[in-house]
Design a protein around this ligand. Structure first.
Ligand code: FAD
Length: 403
């Protein structure tokens, strides 16, 4: 028995794969499972299979640091992520499962004049586009997060911050299992341990998938494969402007005091949040070298821990519990790519880089509507793949939080 089979999650069983489905979704991460759930729950489309080569949540959806926010830098992104933030706020009721959603607010710190201007502009843009963000000075920062060292170790003084009160976190595996279970209850098949090895084509149309369990026909195929989308898309002859980079994160042991909001500093390139168990989760930027390696390193720990301690000096007394890696499909404009690929019958939801956990509910909802209606919804139309050839990129690098 291989390691993946041993780690399968005990979901309600799905019967053996059918010879064909109306919709085949490749990838049992948050985006694939949420799309399956909303297809069944909102559109009554239940002849759907999710094919996951390992176990659900094995990819980035089970490896991320779960920050949920809508304080993006372009109107289209604010609208999309605000929808997702609102869906997260109602997710426990929607799925009838505890996903440990906690609204805790988010402080995006400024340590120099240029960033101060950026954060002030973020507050204005967010407010104009329907997300709640306000600019706050150092006194208010201290009130919201007393554990922060406002001197920033003498080198990175906190001059102010944008404060996003509806910033939140949720338990990642509960979100994944909640969507999977909700989909299965409505008749969707979720198959773990089945790998897609090829796409079946009839001329320009994708009509099914080759898998480790044989060929499966499909009316529509959706690729939702996290950091492996270029491999999948190449099976349909589609080239994507995506590069895959590892992203690391780490967690400390329990700290008895409450941190309060999620803290982000793009000047220092670090973010920190506290889990419901009191552990401190922290992370930073993607590894510079593109690649698919899941190996974490001491360089990351040294650099990232130093930056976290600069802002939150109490962290130097904590011990490290774990560090880990995911591989992220980075789009050149730091925005997602959702919808048609140019190959008939083959859609993708990708480019989720370091920011796609927060997008799972809206991504799933909107992709399901796109599949059901046969055309992209208004909310995701700006994120179509053809924006690159139309010179309509959705540049939003400053909102990645990790760059
Ligand atoms: C360390 C880290 C921290 C992060 N922090 C945050 C954060 O705080 N907030 C945020 O919003 N985002 C964050 N992200 C990003 C977020 O995790 C991802 O964008 C999101 O989870 C992507 O979800 P997905 O469903 O597209 O892909 P995944 O969750 O990666 O799922 C893809 C699935 O496809 C499967 N698969 C691949 N190829 C095949 C195949 N050929 N056949 C069958 N199955 C296949 C994989 O096994 C995998 O389970 C972070 C990521 C990392 C790595």
């Amino acid at each position: 028995m291989n390691e993946f089979v041993e780690r399968r999650i005990a979901l309600p069983p799905s019967p053996a794969p059918r010879r064909s489905y109306d919709v085949v979704i490749i990838g049992g991460g948050g985006h694939g499972l949420a799309t399956a759930y909303y297809l069944a729950a909102r559109h009554g489309i239940t002849n759907v299979a999710v094919l996951e080569r390992r176990y659900i949540g094995a990819g980035n959806s089970g490896r991320n640091t779960t920050v949920i926010r809508a304080n993006y830098g372009i109107p289209e992104a604010v609208a999309f992520y605000q929808r997702s933030l609102e869906l997260y706020e109602g997710l426990e009721a929607e799925l009838d499962r505890a996903v440990m959603h906690r609204t805790k607010g988010l402080l995006w710190l400024a340590h120099c004049e240029a960033t101060l201007r950026t954060e002030k502009a973020r507050a204005v843009l967010n407010t104009a586009c329907g997300a709640q963000t306000e600019f706050v000075g150092p006194d208010e920062v201290a009130r919201l997060c007393p554990l922060l060292d406002l001197e920033g170790g003498g080198q990175f003084p906190v001059l102010g911050a944008s404060y996003h009160p509806r910033g939140a976190t949720a338990r990642h595996d509960r979100v994944i299992w909640g969507y999977a279970e909700g989909a299965i209850r409505r008749g969707v098949h979720v198959h773990q341990g089945i790998e897609v090895t090829g796409l079946v084509r009839d001329g320009d149309r994708v009509t099914g998938v080759e898998t480790s369990a044989g060929r499966i026909g499909a009316g529509v195929v959706l690729g939702a494969v996290g950091g492996h989308v270029t491999t999948l898309a190449s099976m349909a002859g589609v080239r994507l402007p995506i590069r895959t980079h590892p992203l690391q994160a780490a967690v400390t042991n329990h700290y008895p005091q409450t941190l309060g909001p999620v803290v982000i500093s793009s000047d220092l390139l670090v973010y920190v949040s506290q889990t419901p168990r009191g552990e401190l989760l922290f992370g930073a930027e993607i590894d510079r070298q593109a690649g698919y390696s899941y190996r974490s390193g001491v360089d990351f720990l040294q650099n990232c821990a130093l930056r976290a301690i600069t802002l939150l000096p109490f962290m130097r007394r904590l011990r490290l519990l774990r560090q880990w890696v995911g591989v992220c499909d980075m789009s050149p404009d730091y925005s997602p790519i959702m919808g048609e690929t140019g190959a008939d019958g083959f859609l993708i939801t990708t480019g989720w880089g370091t920011w796609g956990f927060k997008a799972i509910p809206a991504g799933g909802e909107q992709m399901a509507a796109t599949i059901a209606d046969g055309r992209p919804t208004e909310l995701i139309a700006p994120f179509a793949l053809d924006r690159f050839e139309r010179d309509r990129t959705m540049a939003d690098r400053g909102s990645a939080g990790t760059h």
